[in-house]
Design a binder for this molecule. Structure first.
Ligand code: NAD
Length: 318
């Protein structure tokens, strides 16, 4: 099987390529623009590790550049595309809105359009739990309302789902949206809570808690996410569909911090802050649709997942 994974230098892309490259019959082509939204050293290190596999090939490409995407697709015949490249993060959009339009809308269009033209058999892409906005009924199901995004990031992800839907209606081009819920684990993103809190606690610095840490998140461990993606890919028939990729086990951020403190063996110093624009109070996804489709539910407990992250962090940053 010939795979294209966009955003391969990113957190989820790195883990997906690592897992796919274990099967030597797979050929994995990864693209990423290695932008500096967060530490590029970490992105380059992920690529360095991936390149130890003979069946992984990296190209530095910006998905918003249509000519480059077109040429890249023309030179390869991909069976499966997993589109993960995007401008992530909710808060960054307050300062840099154009980054979201370029990567998440123009970039998404380029990847779905050339996947369609080149008859890609399976097309999966990253959506997000943020499309649910602020709900009052939980757990959110794939058919819950998604018409009131709280952030530009969420709006671009919803836009991807709408474009993908129109490609099915017009071209019968099928795609699978993966609504990820707060993914965490080793080699995780430096802009996300687990990384920031671990770093600050270890360095004895204060941690800023938006909404005084009263948020609730459906934390989902990276290995569960990768297993879910691979099981979906293995299905013979995939319709044009949307799946929550969630552990369906929401936790208060304050409890999440308690677990980090326990694993590290040190208390945090907290500063309470107001709720940030764009943030939602709670995420909790219903994972039954995924379970019915692939007979698998994310199940790694946060105590176990945080411990694996902290072990990685200590080893990696010494
Ligand atoms: N990690 C989560 O909790 C989470 C939750 C919901 C959705 N998602 C989505 O899943 C996907 C992967 O997330 P991640 O956590 O691995 O994020 P990440 O930021 O680590 O990875 C995204 C990668 O895309 C690359 N990229 C960005 N713009 C690009 C462009 N124009 N051209 C080429 N490459 C570009 C970045 O350099 C980065 O390496 C993203 O689409 C994200 O929005 C992630």
């Amino acid at each position: 099987m010939k795979f294209l994974v966009t955003g391969c230098a990113g957190f989820i892309g790195f883990h997906l390529c690592t897992s796919l490259s274990k099967n030597k019959k797979n050929k994995i082509f990864g693209i990423d623009n290695l932008n500096n939204y967060y530490d590029t050293k970490l992105k380059k290190e992920r690529i360095r590790i991936l390149q130890k596999n003979n069946n992984f090939h990296f190209s530095k490409i910006d998905i918003s550049e249509e000519n480059k995407v077109k040429k890249y697709f023309n030179n390869q015949r991909f069976d499966i595309v997993v589109h993960l490249a995007a401008q992530a993060g909710v808060r960054y959009a307050l300062k840099y809105p154009e980054a979201y339009i370029t990567a998440n809308i123009v970039g998404f269009y380029n990847i779905i359009e050339y996947s369609r033209i080149n008859n890609v058999k399976k097309f999966l892409y990253a959506s997000s739990s943020s499309v649910y906005g602020s709900q009052d009924k939980f757990p959110t199901r794939e058919d819950s309302s998604t018409s009131e995004p709280e952030s530009l990031y969420a709006a671009t992800k919803k836009n991807n789902e709408i474009i993908a839907h129109s490609y099915f209606k017009i071209h019968k081009f099928k795609s699978t949206a993966l609504r990820f819920f707060t993914v965490y684990g080793p080699y995780g993103r430096p802009d996300m809570a687990l990384f920031i809190f671990t770093k600050s606690i270890l360095e004895g610095k204060k941690i800023e808690l938006y909404n005084s840490g009263n948020h609730v998140r459906d934390f989902t461990f990276i290995s569960d996410v990768i297993t879910s993606i691979e099981k979906i890919i293995k299905k013979k028939q995939i319709g044009s569909d949307i799946f929550n990729i969630s552990s369906s086990n929401p936790q208060k951020l304050l409890y999440f911090i308690e677990v980090i403190e326990k694993v590290i063996g040190k208390k945090s110093k907290k500063i309470n802050k107001k709720m940030q624009k764009g943030d939602v109070f709670k995420t909790h996804g219903d994972s039954n649709k995924l379970k019915n489709f692939i007979n698998f539910t994310p199940s790694v407990k946060i105590e176990e997942g945080i411990s694996m992250f902290v072990n990685w962090y200590r080893e990696y940053y010494k």
